[in-house]
Design a protein around this ligand. Sequence first.
Ligand code: ADP
Length: 327
Amino acid sequence: MRLRVFSGTRATGRLHLGNYLGAIKGYIELQNDPQYECLYMAVDVHTITTPYDPKTLAVATRNIILDYLAAGLDPQKAIITKQSLIPEHTELAFLFASVVSVARMQHLPTYKDKIKQFPEHVTMALLNYPVLMAADILIYQASLVPCGLDQEPHLEITREIARKMNQLYGTTFPEVQRFTTPTASVPSLIGEGKMSKSIEGSYLNLTDSLETIEARLAAAPTDSGQGKVVPATGGVANLLTFVEIFEGQAKRQSYEHAYTTTGISYQALKRDLAKAIYQDLAPIREKHRTLTAKPHLVDEVIHQGAKRARALAQSTLHEVKEKMGFV
Ligand code: ADP
């Protein structure tokens, strides 16, 4: 059997640069390596763990798949679909919930962040998020997960569940590893934290116009442009990270030199950076336009992907239920 790879994106908005650089680039690298069998999903069931709009969920989910395809995911090489079409994920998650303590889940940093962000929506679904994620991965016996650094605490839970299940019931779930891209943590545009679609102003979408990119960069916080030491954190540091990603290390170094000598003009820096980002994303915009004009293609990918994924998921769930004594 080829080694399996699983990853997913919540349907809370369009894909942004953080998703692309931190996760999708890894998805693409692995789908192109024939030693792996890859499954990539819009994980729409995870979307309901924080407040969401039922009227737009289906469209947002479809848009994630559209963005996946525009960014270079290939249904000939990977199984691409949406999680809710494979109800076995949620069934396995309930079985997994029997081997995790409530205290362990309450102590996760990601859970603590989310309850601060949404104090009125501290639900069982939110607490269970990492258990469902473990089921998403382990139902395919996947051992590799291309994702950003922010997901590491969840992968640790996945490992703990796999070990516990193997120990208690004799299942043979693998030990998952994170697959890293060179940009595993893409910073926010607003100076602090990571780029995230749930933090307004923090992100750039993959199909943003040049005007939108310019406007978002214009709002990024800076300083006077001159000083003894180049800041290591905050708005300026983040802008320099983007310069390095999109314009290269030499350009970053020239700005760093300017900072400690003549000073930086942030207006010019942001204008050039916006252009570089816009140009880099041109092939994705082009593909997105083509796919938008052929909606049946996206629906076909989702439908075919679900059929293939479901057969794999059913086989694992059956084995688990047998070992847990249901059969
Ligand atoms: P968001 O936080 O924007 O809602 P998701 O939780 O849907 O993003 O994450 C989808 C994938 O993108 C995950 O693999 C996650 O690790 C990755 N990712 C999200 N934000 C970033 C970021 N700022 N830097 C690197 N990777 C990220």
